[in-house]
Design a binder for this molecule. Structure first.
Ligand code: SF4
Length: 291
């Protein structure tokens, strides 16, 4: 619960505010960019919502914030933000909201599909919040939990306990230690079912993988994201914990796949044609080689 006494001085006056507990995960500025912005080491409100749509997005950011750092001085119906999640991105792919502090506010996603197609997929772990869990239950529970890498596992054990889902993760990120049911090994892609491919992408961590769904949705963890400032795909040199050189190699290997969506754990998501994505990926690789 955000504290008005700890309200950051960077907030503009008015109803919504961010307090000093903000960890600068950027979830709010991505979700409600007309209201929140990153002013440096933290985020704050730079423009109070003036219409229903922006108020709804600000309330969604309040719910999604991993540290409860967003508050309001006026009363709002909490369900406006809570019931918005999982929030539809496109087709049968949803953003879960309810990010977790233990994964530094990483975004997680839900793919809703019938059992005949393999059942629902949870990609990385949101916070195990009762309201979200109930809504996921209504959407058909979770059949498999796909973990991109060790940083974004958050409440994976609680989801496993609740839904009995099979967790899938690469051996080189400590999957066995975490008790994961299906451990992926090596550098070769693994076809999980007709629609789902696991592609190892070592770099950010040694056992990092991305998941390609229907040759359209690429769940990229901390490997690849969109840069709104450079308006192209990007990667994060400062957090290449394992090897930047390996991450460049992994990026180059992605060039042989088609995808139209980049859905990261951190950083902005992006939608474009597969041709344009291919162009942006090449531009990202060239840029990475200069870092
Ligand atoms: S979502 Fe919360 S922790 Fe993340 S930047 Fe916004 S206020 Fe800070």
């Amino acid at each position: 619960m955000a504290s008005i006494q700890q309200r950051l001085p960077e907030n503009v006056p008015g109803d919504f505010f961010v307090d000093t507990s903000c960890i600068d995960c950027d979830t709010c500025s991505q979700l409600a960019p007309a209201v929140f912005r990153d002013h440096g080491e933290q985020c704050s409100v730079y423009h109070q919502p003036e219409n229903e749509a922006d108020t709804r997005l600000a309330l969604m950011a309040l719910v999604a914030c991993p540290t409860g750092s967003i508050g309001t001085t006026k009363h709002h119906d909490a369900h406006i933000g809570i019931d918005a999640f999982p929030s539809l991105i496109a087709e049968n792919v949803y953003f879960c909201g309810f990010t977790s502090e233990s994964s530094f506010g990483a975004w997680s996603y839900l793919v809703v599909r019938p059992d005949s197609e393999g059942g629902n997929l949870l990609i990385d772990s949101p916070r195990f919040a009762t309201q979200l869990v109930k809504r996921i239950e209504k959407l058909g529970r979770v059949k498999q939990m796909l973990l991109t890498h060790r940083d974004d596992v958050a409440d994976h054990e609680l989801f496993r306990k609740k839904f009995g889902c099979e967790r899938i993760m690469h051996a080189d990120d400590g999957a066995s230690k975490l008790g994961v049911e299906r451990v992926i090994e090596g550098d070769e892609p693994v076809q999980l079912d007709n629609d789902l491919l696991i592609i190892p992408t070592p770099g950010h961590t040694r056992g990092h993988v991305v998941f390609l769904y229907r040759n359209k949705f690429l769940f990229t963890g901390d490997h690849l994201a969109w840069s709104p400032t450079r308006e192209t795909l990007t990667a994060f040199r400062s957090v290449a914990w394992y090897s930047w050189a390996k991450q460049i190699e992994s990026m180059a290997a992605l060039a042989s796949y088609d995808f139209e969506w980049v859905l990261p754990g951190h950083g902005s998501l992006h939608h474009d044609t597969s041709e344009n994505m291919r162009y942006h990926l090449q531009s990202c690789i060239a840029w990475m080689k200069t870092r």
